[in-house]
Design a protein around this ligand. Structure first.
Ligand code: PDD
Length: 283
């Protein structure tokens, strides 16, 4: 079941008019929220980011946090899996095609949920490959906009060479992945690019940095040059659906010794422990 504009229905019954501004202009924002054991992961943080995205496109939030929570919990109940990932999408609604904002038009609200499967163990044990590309997106990458054409094109560059992600470089510095955040490890220090308008403030990124603080893992939040990225001992990818993955090949060259290494193993274990104690503990 999915949710569309006030109703729950099977996805094959869900239709949006062709004049929806999401379809015409990509005029909308979205969120992806993991659900573990039927509980929403970091809901407040996801709703805060949704508000930031809505503010970024000057669209009023159609619901309070309590209303969102109620809607999402109903959708989780309608779906079978205990672990799911929610895709929540809001557009500026349906109106005659005109770039100017329409007046008094209701937004389109679409929410679906799919089973959330952890990354295959083979990916965790051998690591994944990535390529690099110039970050040619707009300069409001902090807004989780549904207009993802640049991300789609950049990600496809990786798919074309059987890599899993494209790591983006802007003006000589690492920003993020086409659909993920990227961390670099050098000399046992975890390096994270600072949040700015040039990257999406990842919810998983925040969890990883919190774990680094709590467990006294040396870390620095600062700009990371392309050269540092290429000479990294380890590179890690994070996202809500992939959690944390080791990138062991970059542009066909091994990262460090080409195997998942100490920092990945440590953070992966800490992330799983964090998830299991917060989300699975029924006590
Ligand atoms: N993407 N950067 C970009 C460009 C992303 O698209 C994503 C996530 C992230 C990671 O953010 P988070 O940890 O909050 O998932 C960073 C989602 C999963 C997607 O578009 O499907």
């Amino acid at each position: 079941m999915i949710y569309l504009n006030g109703k729950f229905m099977p996805i094959h019954e869900a239709f949006v008019p062709v004049l929806d501004r999401g379809f015409i202009f990509g005029d909308g924002v979205y969120e992806v929220i993991p659900v573990y054991s039927r509980k929403l992961f970091r809901l407040n943080e996801h709703l805060n980011r949704l508000q930031h995205s809505l503010d970024g496109i000057r669209l009023k939030n159609p619901h309070s946090s309590e209303e969102w929570q109620h809607l999402l919990e109903q959708l989780i109940d309608y779906n079978d899996s205990d672990d799911q990932y929610i895709y929540l999408h809001i557009t500026r609604g349906v109106a005659k095609r005109d770039h100017a904002f329409p007046v008094n038009v209701a937004p389109t609200i679409f929410i679906m949920s799919n089973p959330l499967l952890p990354p295959a163990t083979a990916l965790l044990s051998s690591g994944v490959s990535a390529i690099t590309a110039i970050d040619n997106r707009w300069v409001r990458c902090d807004v989780k906009a549904i207009s993802l054409l640049p991300n789609v094109l950049l990600r496809q560059l990786a798919v074309d060479v059987h890599a899993i992600e494209t790591i983006l470089i802007r003006d000589g510095f690492l920003t993020e992945g086409a659909a993920s955040n990227i961390f670099v490890v050098k000399d046992n220090t975890l390096l994270a690019p600072p949040k700015s308008n040039l990257m999406l403030p990842g919810i998983t990124y925040d969890v990883i940095l919190e774990l680094a603080v709590t467990h006294h893992i040396p870390h620095e939040v600062r700009q990371i040059s392309e050269t540092e990225t290429r000479n990294a001992d380890e590179i890690l990818l994070t996202s809500s659906t992939k959690e944390v993955l080791p990138i062991t090949t970059l542009d066909e060259k091994p990262v460090g010794d080409g195997k998942p290494s100490i920092m990945f193993n440590r953070l992966y274990t800490l992330y799983q422990d964090f998830k299991n104690t917060r989300m699975r503990d029924s006590s």
